[in-house]
Design a protein around this ligand. Structure first.
Ligand SMILES: Nc1ncnc2c1ncn2[C@@H]1O[C@H](COP(=O)(O)OP(=O)(O)OP(=O)(O)O)[C@@H](O)[C@H]1O
Ligand SMILES: [Mg+2]
Length: 199
């Protein structure tokens, strides 16, 4: 029987370099592993709805409705993409996952316990990494088509919540305030160390 693959997620502020790093990591891991890149919101029906109505829509839905949609999209993502890939023994790298909901909807004022509750059926990642970038740096990196979730005050609150999960040992912090290749090297060391002891 194939060994179950490993589930890794990358978290961080908008503009912190998650997509850049997740893709670089997936490429690097292809040498020796069967790695696959995936992202949230997912490519499924609910993920598509979220991108249209929550990230770039003019009229925001309430934080509660958004949190429920993200949780629903996550379950669909787990069932249709993440679990099947893990069952094939692949390494799944998800660009955002559960901790994005906790940090963003938590920063919007919702209880973290409730966000965890509605996500309780979502598979726990085997390794969760926080790419930590100064919110001002992250803002500068963003293109003009920023989504509605992005302003400095929100980004600072989001970072504080992520850091609480670093303190608890749930997220592993990587310093994202460095050139892309240096971040990639630091991330790779964390991931390799994890993979060498996985199973
Ligand atoms: N270490 C870095 N130094 C400088 N610029 C970077 C670095 N990493 C990424 N960038 C640039 O910053 C921008 C945002 O990066 P990226 O899209 O990877 O961030 P993200 O975390 O995925 O953002 P979002 O949450 O908005 O999807 C891109 O133009 C990217 O090329
Ligand atoms: Mg991205």
């Amino acid at each position: 029987m194939t060994k179950r693959g490993a589930f890794i997620c990358l978290e961080g502020l908008d503009g912190s370099g998650k997509t850049t790093q997740a893709k670089m990591l997936a490429e690097k891991l292809k040498d020796g592993y069967n790695a696959v890149y995936t992202a949230e919101p997912s490519r499924g029906k609910i993920g598509t709805f979220i991108r249209k109505h929550c990230l770039y829509g003019k009229k925001r839905l309430s934080s509660i409705v958004e949190a429920l949609l993200f949780a629903a999209d996550r379950m669909e993502h787990v069932e249709t993409e993440i679990l099947p890939a893990l069952q094939q023994g692949r390494i799944v790298i998800s660009d955002r996952y559960l901790y994005s909901s906790i940090a963003y909807q938590g920063a919007a004022g919702l209880s973290i316990e409730w966000i965890e509750k509605i996500n309780e059926h979502a598979l726990k990642p085997d390794l969760a990494v926080f790419i930590d970038v100064d919110p001002k740096v992250a803002m500068r990196r963003l293109k003009p088509n920023k989504s509605v979730m992005e302003n400095l005050e929100t980004q600072q609150k989001v970072r504080e919540i992520y850091l609480k999960f670093v303190e608890k040992g749930i997220l592993v912090r990587v310093n994202g305030n460095q050139p892309k290749n240096a971040v990639a090297r630091e991330l790779y060391i964390v991931v390799k160390k994890f993979l060498d002891t996985f199973h």
